[in-house]
Design a protein around this ligand. Structure first.
Ligand code: PMP
Length: 355
């Protein structure tokens, strides 16, 4: 830390992204990326667009907004594309939260929420999950504070039904409810249609997971047009060209080839079910996932130990040090071949464990 860092950030704990090691090629199952490459139309569109890089991108992202809107049966003014969904979530903290409008979220969820709270000096409360890691939706009814819920939740992968989401939204009409649907295409139910009925609902999604574009950084928010206008104000006050030309072209092309991505999502779901059943045969407890990852613990080896031993053997998964979940690991679903390498290495490691 330099002596120039503002006092207000001196105790800020930054978000720690999953490792992206460069020392060797790993079977990489640690950051919930898609194992499948982007479609041909996307790579072609990016190449074509790269010829126009001397020009700024469209600050309105109009064609992209139109494409996303038509995919979800909305109007362009209901959509705000951003630099990853992290950006729209941060914008929402900036736009709707302050010391008089605190926010609540589950105590086990996406680790960035506390950081967005801290950096924006927003008071937040973390509501404990049930013992089985499900969200008790009743905890959020009539709470009178802003709410953010990842659905499916991360890193548990457990989804909350749309009827429960609607009750939460309905019972907090004077507060904004943000539903982070980063993993919705792997088995969740989207709350986007509810944004037509409730002006306090913001749904966020990303192209990073089901649409194979984590490296392009594209996310978006969907909501009532006034809510989106507020977020747009934040965007124009921070980074008007937040979605670059190539990413915008990639997003439009990905939507044109949506079936390819939805097919891949179906493949990932079936590889997930295979992996879950294989792990259960080996005595693992695996939570019920609706995402492109699973959250699992072994009865024979600790979470950190398994993570470290797999890493030594070229397989990278994600371990969290939070004591509430330290027995568990989050394992991204890759191709069937990648999951077989993971299972084979897990077997080898378990054999070496003396019980
Ligand atoms: N929400 C959740 C629950 C996530 O796990 C992630 C991925 N780290 C994000 C949002 C943000 O993803 P991105 O910025 O790549 O869209």
């Amino acid at each position: 830390m330099s002596r120039y860092l503002s006092e207000k950030y001196s105790s800020l704990e930054a978000y720690t992204p999953g490792e992206q090691p460069k020392n060797m090629e790993y079977v990489k199952l640690n950051t919930n990326e898609s194992p499948y490459p982007p479609s041909k139309g996307v790579t072609e569109a990016v190449f074509e667009e790269s010829k126009k890089l001397m020009l700024y991108s469209d600050p309105e992202s109009l064609y992209l907004r139109q494409a996303i809107a038509s995919l979800y049966g909305m109007e362009p003014e209901n959509i705000l594309p951003t630099n990853g969904s992290d950006e729209i979530i941060n914008f929402a903290f900036m736009a709707f939260c302050d010391k008089d409008h605190p926010i609540v979220f589950p105590n086990i969820t996406y680790g960035f929420y506390t950081v967005f709270g801290d950096i924006n000096m927003v008071p937040y409360e973390e509501i404990p999950l049930n013992d089985d890691f499900t969200i008790n939706y009743k905890d959020y009814l009539n709470i009178g504070k802003n709410i953010i819920i990842a659905n499916p939740n991360a890193p548990t992968g457990i989804a909350l039904g749309l009827d429960k989401i609607e009750e939460i939204v309905k019972s907090n009409p004077n507060n904004v409810v943000i539903i982070d649907e980063a993993y919705v295409d792997f088995g969740g139910e989207s709350a986007i249609p509810l944004t037509k009925k409730y002006d306090n609902l913001l749904v966020t999604q990303t192209f990073s997971k089901s649409r194979s574009m984590a490296g392009a950084r594209l996310g978006f928010g969907v909501g009532n047009k006034d809510l989106i206008a507020d977020l747009d104000k934040i965007k124009y006050s921070t980074n008007p060209y937040n979605v670059n030309r190539m990413t915008s072209a990639a997003g439009i092309a990905a939507i044109a080839e949506n079936e390819y991505y939805m097919d891949n999502a179906r493949k990932i779901i079936s590889i997930r079910e295979y992996t879950v059943s294989e792990l259960k045969k080996r005595g693992f407890t695996v939570l019920d996932s609706s995402a492109n990852f699973i959250f699992a613990k072994s009865d024979r080896i600790g979470g950190e130990d398994l993570y470290l031993k797999l890493k030594e053997n070229g397989v990278l998964i994600r371990h969290f040090t939070n004591p509430l979940i330290a027995d568990y690991n989050r394992i991204t679903i890759g191709t069937k071949e990648q999951m077989d390498v993971f299972l084979k290495q897990t077997d080898r490691i378990l054999k070496q464990v003396i019980k």
